[in-house]
Design a protein. Structure first.
Ligand SMILES: NC(=O)c1ccc[n+]([C@@H]2O[C@H](COP(=O)([O-])OP(=O)(O)OC[C@H]3O[C@@H](n4cnc5c(N)ncnc54)[C@H](O)[C@@H]3O)[C@@H](O)[C@H]2O)c1
Length: 341
């Protein structure tokens, strides 16, 4: 097929406008129709993106035979229905994170995409961040040594959601990034959290993933916090690294720090010594991660290839979220994570 890929987008809220801005900038596609049920959002989008037809019914996008791919940026509770209808209509689909809000829905969506030979990509944006790619390279090249443990924080004040809790809203980013970096899947999860603003919707969650070996990853998410933090620390046997995504530059600091032990020793000081070496601040290629993510989706549609964050990736994240939710509801009890295949 020649010419730009015709796409349609459903959902023009805070994040949807970022997606639309990026897709509009890309020559590989043409955004034909965008939709929102909210008149205020439609008016804002019409003003910001005058070249795009704005409608109030997503069915206008589903029914349009010229539209090859659909981008879904509605609240997660709507992802399943819209994605199913789009796939059934023969479209490739990009759906924001979390893929859906239950494992059963996730499975049936992935099955439907496979059956219909359609692309299903989930917006695990951290897998497209240039800093994440550098961290993955560090791990692959053994620069950090054995990865002992990781911890991340994704906290700020707002946006308070009224459907999914802070775990389902924020943690997909951290879970997808950590699985992507380590290339392995957690065995067990523990999570605690609490709600203060809306009954039953946790504003803050602390989750720990335990992997097969001793590797451990802790995730703190909250929309009720005075600080804005987007930070990941990885502690390895050789080096330690901090990725601070709130910084405009110098996002990665690589520390040559650690504890060295010797097999042959006579005193405790000989046995164990602290290594406090240089700090390196590597260049991280610039560019908006969302732009890279959008480009990847279009490449996958054009070449009909599996996205990095495909439906299976979405399912793996869902299974960790579900296990963490179960743990949360059991006061932090350890819960086995079932790898869905
Ligand atoms: N990748 C990221 O970093 C990131 C950041 C923020 C949000 N998100 C995700 O993006 C999605 C949207 O989040 P948001 O912050 O823009 O939420 P939002 O509430 O600001 O916007 C959602 C929009 O969808 C519209 N909508 C709801 N049902 C609809 C329907 N049936 N048809 C058409 N429009 C409908 C709403 O009117 C609203 O304008 C969520 O899945 C969220 O998790 C991702």
């Amino acid at each position: 097929m020649t010419g730009p890929i015709e796409i349609g987008q459903v959902g023009l809220g805070a994040w949807g406008k970022n997606l639309l801005r990026n897709f509009i900038m890309l020559n590989q596609c043409h955004v034909k129709v965008a939709c929102d049920i909210d008149a205020t959002q439609r008016a804002k989008a019409s003003e910001m993106f005058p070249g795009v037809v704005i409608t109030n019914k997503y069915e206008d996008i589903i029914k349009d035979d010229k539209i090859r791919a659909v981008v879904i940026a509605t609240p997660p509770a709507m992802h399943y229905q819209i994605a199913m209808e789009a796939i059934r209509a023969g479209k490739d689909v990009f759906v924001e994170k979390p893929l859906v809000l239950s494992i059963d829905e996730g499975k049936s969506l992935v099955e439907l995409a496979e059956k219909n030979d359609r692309i299903l990509m989930v917006g695990h944006i951290m897998e497209y961040h240039p800093a994440s790619l550098l961290l993955k390279q560090y791990i692959k090249d053994g620069i950090l040594g054995e990865v002992y443990y990781l911890y991340s924080s994704r906290i700020n004040l707002g946006k308070v959601r009224d459907n999914e809790n802070s775990l389902w809203s924020f943690a997909p980013h951290d879970i997808s990034l950590i699985i992507f970096l380590l290339g392995k899947f957690p065995k067990r999860v523990t999570a605690t959290g609490s709600y203060y603003i809306q009954k039953g919707i946790e504003d803050v969650c602390f989750m720990t993933m335990h992997f097969d070996d001793k590797t451990m990853a802790h995730v703190h998410v909250s929309w009720l916090d005075p600080h804005k933090e987007r930070k990941l620390t990885i502690v390895g046997s050789k080096k330690m690294v901090v990725f601070d995504d709130t910084k405009a530059s110098e996002k990665i600091w690589l520390y040559d720090k650690g504890v060295d032990t010797k097999l042959d020793y006579t005193t405790y000081d000989e046995y164990m010594s602290l290594r406090i070496g240089d700090i390196t601040i590597p260049h991280v290629p610039s560019g908006e991660p969302l732009r890279f993510e959008c480009m990847h989706f279009l490449d996958c549609v054009k070449d009909h290839k599996h996205p990095r964050s495909d439906g299976d990736d979405g399912l793996q994240v869902l299974s960790v979220l579900q296990a963490a939710q179960n743990s949360l509801e059991k006061g932090g009890a350890p819960i086995e994570v079932l790898k869905i295949s």
